[in-house]
Design a protein around this ligand. Structure first.
Ligand SMILES: Nc1ncnc2c1ncn2[C@@H]1O[C@H](COP(=O)(O)OP(=O)(O)OP(=O)(O)O)[C@@H](O)[C@H]1O
Length: 876
């Protein structure tokens, strides 16, 4: 912007530069009349991202300024596009009436819209939280704080640094604040974490000065917002790592919002061990919130099972799915509630019916609190508050404690609903600027002013008729335009008849236009009345908005209750629609399903989907090795297990005939070869990193899903790694594990280790073809049928035939017996080592128990002989 110091700049452009200096990292929307103008680089960005024309200001000067303008009435759509493209926008408005301005009109930046701070419905996904988060790396722990300003939800948690990136990915924030890259706050670790966030999420990274994160200042910011002395009431002790992160989030909102944040009423500290931990890899590979390939909601578990009807219900359902519970008591509370709905169709129909077209109370409450609520918000609110009574009555009939609590939370706010009904016109426009928002009868003064303007039409008609008759011009017309106001129009052929007192104002093609003293007087009265009625209407609307602020807290609580009712009824409706059952939740370390189904695939395939049983953990063995041909359904089966556990622990019914689930603390998956080349890691490296994460962090309460570990390297390396990992899990961790593999050699582990068992997927051979039955059966298989699958996939017959020849050659050269012998040798050694160590221990114990001083020589020789025999037995 070389032109900044140019003395030739107009006052408006000088003003533009002064704002641009204050908001250098934002695109500045500079209001000029009916347009938001953008200049210089901003104009180029807007032209590129928004597809609007790039022109220039001062075309004839030496240095024309690039310019792109956005009509003010269409600003919302343009804002949406530019924010989605990851830009921030500073909205600079005219803050005085241009008519009254002395010199250049006063302007100010009234808000900065960034991806993480949007509040307008059009810029938000109804059923998704729009999180802004801040990250802080403490000495021992990391902390993250996140807020959705459109709802007022504000949470924070302390966690090990190694889990930070995963947690951020799970939250999928739109924007992430970090301390500026200088000083000790921003070391190598932070740089690594930020680059991980950048590569794994769509979040925009915003750097802010180190003082945003300074603990004392941050604590002051937070206590000021909540009006508390300290943060102990929120479970945040002095010096907690949470404080810098939470303070930075609020400081950033203060910087960008320029309105009150009173709808952020408190901060919830998330206790990680209360929730089933699902790491980022599992979240992605199990396609819980988005599909793996297209990153689409459609096709994900959430998309398939979410039947909520309200925005806040949808967001809560999303959070329940992202953060399933770990406490049997809490899970049962949700399940009891869902069961009560599922068993009573009338009750369920009544609730779901009432939730239809229910307003997003949480977001309206936020807009009320930030004084951005429009007339339509209040109309929706009035309609919605009317439904609360019937919902409360329905819920009061229920006996489950959760539903009773929800019923208690159904606050009808009669007096507020009544005010809205009396004041706001149900047919009102979107904005207050043209009036028509306050209903007739609400204010006597408004009614009087309105009737003055309404009566104007009949006065004008009467005046027109009178004048036409008086001066004998039957087609004389009274009209109105913005420039001249009211006028009398007389066609040219009759203009000679016009009396003297008519003052000529405008000549048009076939007529002349005049004004009269009476008409002018009348006009003044009318225009005055219109202006005053608009002014009064705006004042009345503002009063209602201010009154509404007193209800924000109650609206938020009501919203929480309705969201929970929506989630529970969604679960019940789903279970009735698809025949899901209530899982029995236990504290045992086992999982059992009878006729379990994959929730998404089974819904697509209908009756073609083959259901399967599962017995895992405790007596049934912790580790299940599943072998079977390609395409037989191994991956589907192991993923289905993880999904059913997640659904059960969120309090959802599940697709099975019967299910018993021992609560799981963490889910780990190592599934398929995800392409992480963009992160500079080879497929095998990713596979091994994920495997290392599992063996290092899984507990005996975890569920581990392994699909093809070791496939990314040579057969023997891969097999050895897979063998050793399985052995380690079975011997040292003992967690419930499903391992789908093509390494048939692994099935031998079931003979060696007590808690490992084999299953295979049934296949029927028919002529030269195979039919996949998708049925999981006990025992191992030793055939791959890979070539059959290649044929099915359309590999040319010539290649298929040649593959068969090569396979048969290979099979005879490196016969399976040879490999088997190798492994049986391993097995023998394994058994021998075990036996040896046990015998040696027995012998040593015997020696330790012997009192040598009291042994006779004969006894000593007998003991020696016994020991010798025992050792020789063991080595045979
Ligand atoms: N239980 C089932 N009932 C019906 N169809 C199924 C079932 N399980 C899987 N399928 C179908 O079989 C296809 C292949 O399943 P899946 O990917 O689970 O096989 P896989 O054995 O893991 O294959 P690979 O070893 O090649 O990875 C799926 O796309 C699905 O359409």
């Amino acid at each position: 912007m070389a032109a900044y110091n140019n003395k030739k700049l107009t006052p408006a452009m000088k003003q533009f530069h002064s704002f641009k200096e204050k908001y250098p990292d934002a695109v500045l929307f500079f209001r000029m009349g009916d347009f938001y103008e953008t200049f210089y680089e901003d104009a180029k960005i807007c032209s590129r991202v928004l597809g609007i024309a790039l022109t220039s200001r001062g075309k004839d000067s030496d240095s024309p300024i690039p310019l792109a303008g956005i009509p003010y009435h269409a600003v919302d759509n343009y804002l949406k596009k530019i924010i989605e493209a990851g830009y921030k926008v500073a909205v600079c408005e005219q803050v005085e009436d241009p008519k009254e301005a002395k010199g250049v009109v006063k302007r100010d930046v009234v808000r900065v819209v960034t991806p993480g701070t949007v509040t307008d419905d059009i810029l938000l996904e109804a059923k998704e939280d729009n999180f802004l988060c801040a990250v802080h790396l403490g000495r021992k722990f990391a902390a993250i704080a996140y807020v959705d300003i459109s709802t007022g939800k504000f949470c924070a948690q302390k966690l090990p640094e190694a889990e930070l990136a995963d947690e951020i990915c799970r939250l999928s924030p739109r924007e992430c604040i970090t301390a500026e890259r200088r000083g000790e706050l921003f070391g190598d670790d932070a740089a690594r974490i930020i680059s991980e966030i950048k590569s794994r999420t769509d979040a925009v990274i915003t750097e802010r000065p180190g003082w945003y994160f300074e603990p004392n200042g941050a604590e002051r910011t937070l206590t000021k917002l909540f009006g508390t002395k300290n943060l102990e009431g929120f479970g945040i002790e002095e010096g907690s790592d949470i404080i810098p992160a939470a303070g930075a989030v609020i400081e950033y909102l203060n910087e960008t919002q320029k309105t009150t944040l009173r709808h952020i009423r408190g901060i919830k500290v998330v206790q990680r061990n209360c929730y089933l931990q699902i790491d980022q890899t599992s979240l992605r590979s199990l396609e819980i919130l988005r599909t793996l390939r297209s990153e689409d909601r459609r096709g994900s578990l959430l998309w398939s099972i979410d039947k909520t009807r309200t925005g806040m219900g949808g967001r809560l359902f999303n959070a329940w799915l992202r953060m399933p519970l770990c406490d049997k008591k809490h899970i049962d509370r949700r399940l009891d509630a869902a069961a009560e709905f599922a068993e009573n169709k009338d009750l369920l129909d009544s609730i779901t019916g009432q939730l239809k077209n229910f307003a997003d109370l949480e977001r309206i409450a936020s807009r009320i609190s930030t004084m951005r609520a429009g007339p339509k918000d209040f109309v929706m609110l009035a309609d919605t508050l009317e439904k609360v009574g019937p919902i409360k009555e329905t819920l009061q009939q229920c006996s489950s404690p959760l539903l009773q609590r929800i019923a208690e939370g159904c606050d009808m706010m009669d007096e507020f609903a009544d005010l809205l009904r009396r004041a706001i016109n149900p047919e009102c426009p979107n904005h207050t600027r043209d009036g028509g928002v306050i209903i007739d009868g609400f204010s006597e003064e408004l009614d009087r002013l309105r009737s003055l303007s309404r009566d104007a039409n009949s006065w004008l008609a009467e005046y027109q008729a009178q004048e036409a008759q008086r001066i004998g011009i039957p087609n004389l017309k009274v009209g109105f335009n913005k420039v001249f106001g009211y006028y009398i129009e007389v066609s040219n052929s009759l203009k000679d008849k016009v009396p003297e007192e008519y003052i000529r104002k405008q000549t048009i093609k076939n007529a002349e236009r005049y004004i009269t003293e009476r008409l002018k007087e009348f006009e003044q009265q009318i225009l005055n009345a219109r202006d005053r009625s608009l002014e009064l209407e705006n004042k009345l609307f503002d009063d209602i908005r201010c009154e509404a602020v007193n209800y924000v807290e109650r609206l938020q609580r009501l919203s929480d209750s309705i969201a929970a009712a929506d989630c529970i009824s969604s679960i019940a409706a789903l279970s009735m629609q698809r025949g899901y059952v209530r899982p029995e939740i236990t504290e045992e370390k086992s999982i059992q399903f009878i006729e379990g189904r994959h929730p998404v695939i089974a819904d697509n395939l209908g009756s073609e989907f083959v259901s399967n049983d599962l017995e895992l953990g405790d007596e049934s063995g912790d580790v299940m090795i599943i072998t079977g041909p390609n395409m037989s359904g191994k991956s589907t089966y192991i993923r289905q297990t993880a999904l059913l556990v997640i659904m059960a622990q969120m309090g959802c019914f599940i697709p099975a005939k019967q299910a018993r689930i021992g609560v799981v603390d963490r889910i780990f998956t190592r599934v398929g070869a995800s392409d992480e080349l963009s992160r500079g890691q080879s497929t095998f490296m990713v596979e091994m990193t994920e495997t290392a994460n599992i063996v290092n962090n899984a507990t005996d309460r975890s569920l581990v899903i392994l699909d093809e570990v070791g496939r990314g390297t040579s057969t023997y390396d891969g097999l050895s790694i897979a063998w050793a990992v399985t052995e380690h899990i079975a011997n040292n961790i003992g967690c419930r594990t499903l391992f789908a593999t093509h390494y048939h050699e692994l099935v031998e582990l079931a003979e060696l280790l007590r808690n490992v068992k084999n299953c295979n997927v049934a296949v029927r051979e028919w002529m030269d073809d195979v039919v996949f039955l998708h049925k999981i059966l006990p025992g191992a298989t030793d055939r791959s049928y890979g070539i059959h699958v290649a044929k099915l996939a359309g590999l040319p017959e010539r290649i298929v035939k040649r593959s068969r020849e090569i396979l048969s050659d290979l099979e005879s050269t490196f016969s399976r017996e040879a490999e088997g012998a190798q492994l049986s040798r391993n097995r023998t050694t394994y058994q021998q080592e075990d036996l040896f160590s046990r015998k040696h221990r027995d012998v040593l114990n015997k020696l330790a128990d012997t009192d040598v001083n009291n042994l006779t020589p004969i006894e000593a020789i007998t003991l020696l002989s016994e020991i010798k025999t025992e050792i020789s037995d063991a080595s045979e």
